[in-house]
Design a protein around this ligand. Structure first.
Ligand code: PAF
Length: 293
């Protein structure tokens, strides 16, 4: 696996592959790689001959009280894991290379960023879309793979790519879970044994909602209630437990005119963000589409 640090080297490697008739696959990450990331790398391999991964802890997407400085960093260990997953190229730029002196462009997607995590993490999605636009600009025509644990991020990136006519196919990969149900996340490393046990309430709540939906429950209030009851009993604080349209991300709420209680359709996104201890965890499922065992 080739390790490159400059944007010019990354761009040239992608250009060279395309000149040789190869397709470029790209997995942007912030490192602290786990099996979930490696599944994205293997997915990229299905679509491409040159599989590139970036590792860049993007300060612009962290709020002032978030975990930028303590975010786990282990470039050598990550490189080893990527070699094991047969990635071809690792792009690990310095901050000054991604945000050069004088740069002045920010990319902001509206609407989709104003719900769910948006109000709780001001500026977060602008930080994500700005760095992903830069990374995709360097990769050029490619297939980029993102995990569905960050469901809203994936929806926002899809919108940006479509709106800006970027020559990139976006592939969303299913959430990878531990056998316990816990969705894999780099931030799970922060959890104590007690917090890890309490963190299982997220997937447990989602499974209950999936089972209720499979048995015919269509009340958004009831579905939300099942998940909320699990999470509120275990988390230290809740940002949201929402039932939303999986495409627009609009939260299902009572009909304004009739006051009729909210009812979901054939598909519904159930999304959670909460804190267990000091660790912010997110999880989701799409009812009517994903099967959460
Ligand atoms: O999902 C992540 O790891 C990050 O948000 C991303 C997409 C690499 C942008 O920094």
């Amino acid at each position: 696996m080739r390790l490159v640090h400059t944007p010019a080297e990354f761009r040239e490697a992608c250009d060279e592959a395309r000149r040789a008739g190869q397709r470029v696959g790209f997995v942007p990450t912030m490192g602290a790689l786990h099996e979930g990331h490696l599944a994205l790398v293997r997915e990229a391999r299905k679509h491409a001959q040159l599989v590139c991964v970036s590792i860049f802890v993007n300060e612009a997407q962290f709020g002032p009280n978030e975990d930028f400085s303590r975010y786990p960093r282990d470039l050598a260990g990550d490189a080893e894991k990527l070699r094991g997953a047969s990635a071809d190229l690792l792009f690990a730029p310095a901050a000054a290379a991604m945000y050069e002196e004088g740069e002045a462009t920010r990319v902001r997607v509206s609407r989709l960023t104003e719900v769910l995590c948006g109000p709780f993490r001001p500026g977060h999605f602008e930080g994500v879309t700005t760095v992903v636009a830069k990374l995709l600009g360097l990769a050029g025509s490619s297939v980029a793979v993102f995990g569905r644990k960050d469901y809203q991020q994936l929806a926002v990136i899809r919108r940006m790519v479509k709106d800006l006519y970027m020559p990139v196919e976006i592939v969303g990969h299913p959430i990878i879970r531990e056998e316990s149900g816990l969705a894999l996340s780099s931030r799970n490393a922060y959890l104590s044994a007690d917090e890890r046990a309490r963190a299982l309430s997220l997937s447990r709540g989602l499974r209950k909602a999936s089972a209720a939906f499979a048995s015919g429950e269509r009340s958004a209030t009831a579905l939300r209630g099942l998940v909320h009851a699990e999470v509120v009993a275990n988390a230290d604080s809740i940002d949201y437990v929402d039932v939303a349209d999986p495409d627009t991300l609009s939260v299902f709420s009572a009909d304004v005119a009739s006051g009729a209680p909210p009812s979901v359709g054939a598909r519904a996104l159930v999304a959670i963000a909460c804190r267990v201890g000091k660790t912010r965890l997110i999880d989701n499922t799409v009812l009517g589409e994903d099967v959460l065992a």
